[in-house]
Ligand binder design. Sequence first.
Ligand code: ACM
Ligand code: ZN
Length: 648
Amino acid sequence: MKSNIFLRNKHYYLIGLLFLTVNALAINTYSIIPYPQKLSPQIGNFKFDNKTFLSVLTNDVEVLNIAVQFETQFNRVTGINLKLTEANSTSKIEFIKTDSAFTNNEAYRLSVSPRLIRIEAASPTGIFYALQTLYQLLPADIYGKNRSDIKKWEIPCVNIEDAPRFSYRGLHLDVCRHFFPVEFIKKYIDAMAIHKLNRFHWHLTDDQGWRIEIKKYPLLTEIGSQRPETLIGHYYENMPQQFDNKLYGGYYTQDEAREIVKYAASKFITVIPEIEMPGHAMAAIAAYPYLSCTQKPLNVATKWGVFDDVFCTRETNFTFLEDVLSEIMAIFPSEYIHIGGDECPKTRWKNCPDCQARIKKLKLKDEHELQSYFIQRIEKFVNAQGRKIIGWDEILEGGLAPNATVMSWRGIDGGIAAAKSGHNVIMTPMSHCYFDFYQAEPATEPTAIGGYVPLIKVYDFEPVPKVLTAEEAKYIIGAQANVWTEYITSASHVEYMAYPRASALSEVLWTNPENKNWTRFSANMLNAFDRFKALDINASKAFFDINAKVSAIPSNIVEVSLRCDNPEAEIRYTIDNSTPDKRSKIYTMPVKLTKTTQFKAQAFQKNTPTGKAFSEKIPVSKATDCSYVTNTKIQGKTPEDKSLTNGM
Ligand code: ACM
Ligand code: ZN
């Protein structure tokens, strides 16, 4: 694992050098994230004023609504009244819905010349995405709630032809470990839409809380949505545990869930609900103890982890689950229903007369085949309603349900196996897509579950494994980042964990590999931070911090390599224990140390310190090889290290 870090950091260092040589690089005028597939800069600007005519050449109500929403927001922030008639206009924004020339339903064309902006697509989705791009060409203030001080509103001329690489571009949110109000869910959806993400995976049920009203089973929310207390601090099995002694709960009514579905649809985002089964079922069992094998009363879980009490395979439970899924499908029109399937211990099934009788009767080999039977039976029910299931990659064990889509989270192997057997796959490997993992130095970050997934690692993610043939690769329909909330208690902390990593993910999912470019992306991030500010999104600022790599080279010398994601950063350092300031030595290449040294460094942008200071006493010995993110060694906290990811 260390060698992985080493290799990566060598890569960082090379990238860092590249940044320094192009340090004068201007911020990209076309700072669009995700970056379009084809963008040709053109000379000149388009200026918006009261003589700009907003022309909508279609009767499509959805397109009209999109145009009206744009006009309303544009007017609120700029004070400019776009004209709705051509008379006396001097420039024009044209919305055109064409029927031809687009093979992808989400594709669009956007051309900006000095007097004309033309937005063209074959679908309202395409028109919506063209507008998201247009917004990003405008100053970030355009996203604000109030009138901006900016007087001149103009955008650079450009020709863009764009369409996504993947059809499934997802972001997940766990509302069970902690609950987030409807208003925040809408804000989360807004941020997704800006990034052209199109699938919101809403994790609605788990051991620590059942969060969706089911009319036929009112106790699911009356009892199952409340836990008597919550674990404080990190969860380690067999270690002393402290609880907060506070009742915690919350759930969404069906009306609220419908409101979210409708809101998301207005932003071309599909909401995919997840109802966990057969594991992660403690909250449901607390409400209706007959659902478990032992049928004994228990509490909604108050700590994190995987629990032995799961849904029994008794016949009554299928009735229960089908009733629940019927209500869920009535709320959520999505093609996919996520049925969980992960982390289901077989302990109770092994000792349950009902489960054992079913194994015998169906001539199943073991409890894994029983789980497979469970999922296949649920799949049949969901398919009969014209829907499809998604399950976590454990659903491969004991035989995959015939039409299931696999969400590969424990790595990419589950995804590879599923694609090879002709099943659709959504890649969400912990190594790159778990946004509950640390993104910066753990010692100075809010407590996270473990792991280490910095921005550049997300950006480097390739959802299609190399081992797949072109034919098999077609089954990788996209990827998704997961935001599990054991250690995320507030909405602003959700944003902190999700952004800017979701920005990087959006480019992974939208932009073809040959059009991806970390140097451009990181330059574009500077404008993205202005957007986060205008949108009041509490994005992490780890982007501005220094990352350090120390490597031992022969003859008792160590080399310190530094990098910063921010391409405008100038790194200055000292080796005399003084605080780096704007007169300190500029870092241009790895620094060699021959004796133990207090090494201090700071990133500056335009002579102003940005990001956290780096200060570390670096010993000189052969054993010095290590990575630092700002101050502290990353101690084995790689995403592959499952011991640090307990409780998911
Ligand atoms: C998972 O993280 N248990 C899907
Ligand atoms: Zn049982």
